[in-house]
Design a protein around this ligand. Structure first.
Ligand SMILES: [Zn+2]
Length: 235
C-alpha cells in the first residue's frame, strides 16, 4: 500500500465525477462516511471514496516521508516548466477537488497524505512559520479563506446548532467551493495548485460540521480525508 495507490483511485474518481452535479458530489462525499445513504447516481463515486478512505485509514505516511515528498517537490520546482501561475490553498477539500475536475482539465494530480491533516505539519516541510511566508518563498498566490470557513462552523456552533445535510451542502458550495473557483478562474494556465490539507465531515447529534486534523478528535473521529494534501495542475 502506498501513496501511489491512493492516487491511482483518483483517475477513476475524476472520470465518474464529470457526470454528477455539485450537490450529488457533496452528498456522495458525506455518504462515504456512512452518515447518509448514497445518492443513486453517486453510488460508484461513493464506492471509490470508501476505497480511498480504507487506504488512508490503513496507511500511515511518516512525518519524515511527508517532509521528503513535499520538500523534494519544492526543490524541483524549477524543473517544472510552462506553469502560468502557482496557487497555494489552505484547506482544499475533496468536494472542491472533484468540482475542479469537472470544470477544468486536470493535467496532473498527486495527493500526499499529511500525517496529521493540519497546516502545522505541512509548514514544517517547507521550513516556514506561516503559509504567507511559504507563498512568498515560492512565488505562490495564497488563498486562506477555505480554512477560515471550515473553522467558522465551529465558532458558529457555540451560538447555534451544527448544520443539516442541506445546509452543509449549501455552505460548502457557496462559502468554500465557489470562492476557490473565483480565485483560480482568471489565473494563468496551466495553473499549479498546492494545498496543505483537506477537511472531513463530522456528525454531531445527527447534524454536521466540518473539521480537519486534530480538530476532528473533538467529534470522536480520526482525520481521514483531511489528510489529503494536493498537488494539481489544471489546464
Ligand atoms: Zn485549519
Amino acid at each position: 500500500m502506498s501513496v501511489e495507490a491512493v492516487n491511482s483511485y483518483f483517475f477513476n474518481l475524476f472520470e465518474l465525477s464529470k457526470a454528477l452535479d455539485f450537490k450529488t458530489l457533496v452528498r456522495s462525499f458525506i455518504a462515504s462516511y456512512g452518515y447518509i445513504n448514497p445518492p443513486i447516481s453517486g453510488k460508484k463515486v461513493v464506492e471509490v471514496l470508501k476505497s480511498i478512505m480504507r487506504l488512508i485509514e490503513n496507511y500511515h505516511l511518516s512525518r519524515n516521508k511527508f517532509y521528503n515528498y513535499v520538500s523534494d517537490f519544492f526543490n524541483n520546482l524549477q524543473s517544472i516548466s510552462k506553469i502560468g501561475s502557482f496557487i497555494l490553498i489552505d484547506d482544499l477539500g475533496l468536494p472542491t477537488i472533484l468540482y475542479l475536475s469537472k470544470k477544468f482539465l486536470i493535467k496532473y494530480h498527486f495527493f500526499l497524505l499529511n500525517p496529521m491533516g493540519d497546516t502545522k505539519t505541512w509548514k514544517a516541510t517547507t521550513e516556514v512559520q506561516t503559509l504567507s511566508e511559504a507563498a512568498k518563498k515560492y512565488g505562490m498566490h495564497l488563498l486562506k479563506s477555505p480554512d477560515k470557513r471550515v473553522h467558522y462552523l465551529e465558532l458558529k456552533m457555540i451560538k447555534s446548532e451544527p448544520l443539516s445535510i442541506e445546509q452543509l451542502i449549501d455552505y460548502i458550495h457557496k462559502n468554500i467551493t465557489l470562492q476557490v473557483l473565483r480565485f483560480i478562474k482568471d489565473a494563468e494556465r496551466p495553473t499549479l495548485i498546492v494545498s496543505d490539507h483537506a477537511y472531513d465531515v463530522a456528525r454531531v447529534s445527527n447534524r454536521f460540521i466540518l473539521c480537519h486534523g486534530f480538530g476532528c478528535l473533538k467529534y470522536n473521529m480520526k482525520p481521514i480525508f483531511s489528510k489529503l494534501s494536493s498537488i494539481l495542475i489544471i489546464g
